[in-house]
Design a protein around this ligand. Structure first.
Ligand code: ZN
Ligand code: ZN
Length: 275
C-alpha cells in the first residue's frame, strides 16, 4: 500500500491510500479543481478512485467532498455524526460505525473515535485483505485517548497529525482564544504529542511515518521531523534510518507516494526499528 498526501494543513487536507487495485481518498478538503490537479500531479485518474472516507466535517477536510463525489460518482464513507453535519446532497453514502469493520475492494477499513471539536472525528486504519499490510491515519486529534495506540497497532505506515510546536504557538501571533482551542483537549496534536503517540504504537514492522496537518505559522517541517526523529531513535531506529522513514506533508503541493513495505520512494526509506 502506498500513501500520497495531496496537501495537508489548516487550509485543506486530502490523502490518497493506494492499495494497488483499490484506491481510497481520505478527506476532500480542497475544491474539485485543486483535487483534480493534485491527483494529476500524482498520476492518478479521478475515475480510478473507489471511495472517499471522511475523518470529520470541518471545511479543511470536507469542503470539496460532496461536489467531488457528485462529479466522479465516488461513494462517501463517514460516521453518522459526520454525515449529519454535512449538507444534504445526492451522492451515494455509506455510514460507518466505530468498531465495525467495512470494506472497499481489497481493503478493510476501521474507525476509532478521537477527541476533537467536531461531531464525531475518526482515526482510520486500512488493512489490505491479501497482504495484511496496515496503514493508519490520525488527523485532528485533540488528545490521545486510551484506546488509540491499540487501534493504531501493527501498522506498516502511519499518517499522523503533527500540528504545532507548543513554544512556537504560545509565542506566536494567534489570538489567545485560538491558541486555547488548538492547545485544548478537543484541538490538535503538537509535535511532542504526535511523537508520543507514535512511540506508543511503534513496533518492528512500522516502516514509515508521514507527519500531516502542520501549521504554517506555528511549526516547520524540519522541526516536526526532528521531534519525531528524536523519539523514534529512542525506540531503536538507527539514526540515519529514522530520518529516511519520516516525511512531512505540506499544504501547497502533493508528496509521495510513501510506502510501508516497498522501501524508498521519493527519498523515503524505512525506519528499521529494532524493537
Ligand atoms: Zn478539524
Ligand atoms: Zn483539520
Amino acid at each position: 500500500m502506498r500513501v500520497s498526501v495531496l496537501g495537508s494543513g489548516s487550509r485543506g487536507n486530502s490523502i490518497l491510500v493506494d492499495a494497488g487495485g483499490t484506491r481510497i481518498l481520505v478527506d476532500v478538503g480542497f475544491g474539485v479543481r485543486t483535487i483534480a490537479s493534485r491527483l494529476a500531479q500524482l498520476g492518478c485518474a479521478p475515475e480510478s478512485i473507489d471511495a472517499v472516507v471522511l475523518t470529520h466535517e470541518h471545511v479543511d477536510h470536507a469542503q470539496g467532498a460532496l461536489a467531488a463525489c457528485a462529479r466522479w460518482q465516488w461513494p462517501l464513507y463517514a460516521t453518522e455524526g459526520t454525515l449529519a453535519a454535512l449538507p444534504n446532497a445526492l451522492v451515494p453514502v455509506r455510514m460507518i460505525t466505530h468498531g465495525k469493520p467495512w470494506s472497499v475492494g481489497d481493503v478493510r477499513g476501521a474507525s476509532c473515535q478521537v477527541p476533537h471539536d467536531a461531531a464525531d472525528c475518526a482515526a482510520l486504519v486500512f488493512e489490505h485483505l491479501r497482504t495484511g499490510e496496515r496503514v493508519g491515519v490520525a488527523l485532528d486529534v485533540g488528545h490521545v485517548p486510551e484506546q488509540l495506540p491499540g487501534f493504531l497497532s501493527r501498522l506498516d505506515l502511519l499518517v499522523v497529525e503533527s500540528n504545532h510546536d507548543c513554544a512556537q504557538l504560545q509565542a506566536g501571533p494567534y489570538p489567545w482564544s485560538l491558541k486555547q482551542r488548538i492547545l485544548g483537549a478537543q484541538g490538535h496534536l503538537s509535535n511532542d504529542d504526535a511523537a508520543a503517540l507514535v512511540a506508543a504504537c511503534a513496533h518492528r514492522g512500522l516502516r514509515a511515518v508521514v507527519l500531516a496537518h502542520l501549521s504554517e505559522t506555528n511549526n516547520s517541517p524540519s522541526l516536526a521531523v526532528s521531534t519525531m526523529d528524536k523519539v523514534l531513535r529512542g525506540c531503536g531506529a538507527r539514526a540515519t534510518a529514522a530520518r529516511r522513514g519520516i516525511v512531512a506533508a505540506v499544504q501547497r503541493q502533493p508528496i509521495g507516494p510513501v510506502s510501508g513495505r516497498m522501501g524508498r520512494a521519493f527519498g523515503v526509506g524505512q525506519l528499521e526499528l529494532s524493537l
